[in-house]
Design a protein around this ligand. Structure first.
Ligand code: UFG
Length: 374
């Protein structure tokens, strides 16, 4: 048994033992070092971050750097930004191209992989299902192929609450049925299944993080949301207020909620980034596959978010009521108990006002950063 796990970890040193509350785990000395030094920084580790030039990926790179680690960012820059890579080594490659991926990563070793690279827009996914399956599912299959070929053995996957579909409970725990109502959600669920199967069949372990609504920007406004086109509620409302975007349309006010607009659980991007570090830390001494929700556990309607945006901006924001957007469940609120218990993670930006305020600072400082406008 020990030899099997020993091999699985790819180690050739003496093993240690530790109790984790889920049975006795076998630890290598390297993992013990990893565990000890993770939060305090120092003895930096090196991680591959696919999609590291994107919104949540770049904030995770930043959090890793703050902990004394270094990264290689893998991105095709189809939606990511070079300014978001923060001086890290960059591999520009399309995950759909297995040959190019193999060539780019042959012989590399990483202490873990954070896999963010994916298409992530619900409406676009329903219009272009082939693109989403190729990009998200084939891309993940290729990444895992190369991971196994090179002996990497840990992955933290960026997943989504969209895997659940329409809720049948007030808050969503990980055991809630998975019936995605968008192609985006279907592809993320397929990515999860592929990863879970990889963990079952190979010496490979993974944490899959299901985000609810990512929002906000870095506390120092050095990073933030920069999609083109922008479709998410908070930046769309703030751009409308600043006069830098299109007018705001609320997609439906006839949902079965108190004010008729959709309810979402908004979670600050720095809290999401931090959860990835906790997840990788967890993989230092846990084998297998686990999925965890990431949210604040509190829902806000579109109109409530708009009120918070108006408070941050100090002005009213005009809007019109439009049709429902296909693929939008009425309510999505997380039960993130597992992430708190298992990953030892806690969100720190817990009010919608604080989340929106950080997004507003980012929007206001955008124009002074010429490098971001190109
Ligand atoms: N909304 C508007 N007007 C807009 C933009 C959004 O009314 O201009 C509404 C949407 O209809 C929705 C809410 O604001 O009710 C939030 O929409 P976002 O586009 O900001 O975010 P989503 O809820 O669509 O997206 C999130 C995650 C996805 C996940 C999806 C599941 O970002 O990863 O929830 O539905 F797939």
């Amino acid at each position: 048994m020990a030899t099997q796990i020993f091999m699985a970890l790819g180690m050739n040193q003496t093993l240690g033992m530790a109790s984790t509350g889920e049975g006795l785990q076998v630890l290598s000395p390297r993992h013990l070092r990893y565990h000890e030094t993770w939060i305090s920084g120092g003895n930096g580790m090196h991680f591959l971050v696919t999609g590291g030039a994107g919104y949540i990926g770049s904030h995770t790179v930043r959090a890793l750097l703050q902990q004394g680690h270094s990264t290689t960012v893998l991105d095709d820059f189809s939606t990511g930004h070079r300014w978001a890579t923060q001086g890290q080594a960059v591999i520009e490659v399309d995950l759909k191209d297995l040959g190019a991926l193999r060539t780019a990563l042959a012989g590399t070793t990483f202490d873990g992989v954070f896999h963010f690279a994916a298409k992530s827009l619900v409406a676009e996914s329903n219009r272009e299902p082939q693109l989403y399956y190729q990009n998200n599912v084939d891309g993940t299959a290729h990444l895992l192929t190369v991971a196994l070929e090179n002996g990497w053995n840990r992955c933290v996957l960026s997943s989504t609450a969209a895997v659940y579909g329409n809720p049948i409970t007030d808050t969503l725990g990980e055991a809630h049925p998975k019936n995605p109502i968008s192609v985006y959600g279907q592809t993320k669920l397929a990515m999860e299944h592929l990863l879970e199967r990889t963990c079952a069949d190979h010496p490979f372990s993974a944490v899959c993080l299901r985000y609810f609504n990512a929002a906000g920007a870095a506390s120092d406004a050095s990073l933030g949301e920069a999609h083109d086109p922008e479709t998410h509620l908070i930046p769309t409302a703030l751009k409308a207020a600043a006069g830098t975007g299109k007018p705001l349309t609320i997609f439906g006010d006839d949902y079965p909620t108190a004010d008729g607009t959709c309810i979402r659980d908004y979670i600050h991007v720095e809290d999401l980034a931090n959860a990835h570090l906790h997840a990788m830390n967890y993989l230092a001494d846990h084998q297998g596959f686990i999925a965890c929700n990431l949210g604040n556990g509190v829902g806000f309607s579109v109109k409530a978010v708009l009120a918070a945006c108006e408070q941050a901006v100090g002005a009213t924001i005009d809007y019109s009521i439009g049709a429902r957007r296909k693929g939008d469940p009425a309510t999505l609120v997380a039960d993130a108990t597992r992430a708190k218990d298992v990953l030892d993670w806690q969100p720190t930006h817990t009010t919608i006002e604080a989340i929106v305020a950080s997004a507003w600072v980012w929007e206001r400082t955008w124009e002074i950063h010429e490098d971001r406008r190109g």
